[in-house]
Design a protein. Structure first.
Length: 107
């Protein structure tokens, strides 16, 4: 049967084992790099603010990062333990504070 597939150019019909695409790993690395780069801007802004705390909408003009990106960054930085939510807003204008772990990252 395999001979017929090869003879008639039907090799593509053979099921192939799924392999992880190397470009998917590169994309994931690129996303992490972007989150770290933009995250640094947010951490620096929080470090300079009183009480190391700011609201998301106040961070946008200071960091020049779009609101939709800031919301994703907030999730990432909270998950990593670099910031903590101080006040949650139903519209997304959460207040976040720099944690000691985030401060250590800036050193």
């Amino acid at each position: 049967m395999a001979g017929l597939r090869e003879q008639y150019g039907l090799d593509y019909l053979e099921p192939k084992q799924s392999e992880e695409k190397p470009e998917s790993a590169a994309v994931a690395t690129g996303i992490d790099d972007a989150l770290i780069a933009y995250g640094r801007l947010v951490l620096d802004a929080l470090d300079k603010s009183p009480n190391k705390t700011k609201q998301i909408l106040d961070l946008a003009p200071e960091t020049r990062v779009r609101i939709d990106m800031l919301l994703r960054l907030e999730e990432y930085l909270v998950a990593k333990g670099y910031v903590e939510k101080v006040q949650e807003d139903p519209l997304g204008n959460d207040a976040i504070r720099l944690t000691p772990q985030g401060k250590k990252l800036l050193s």
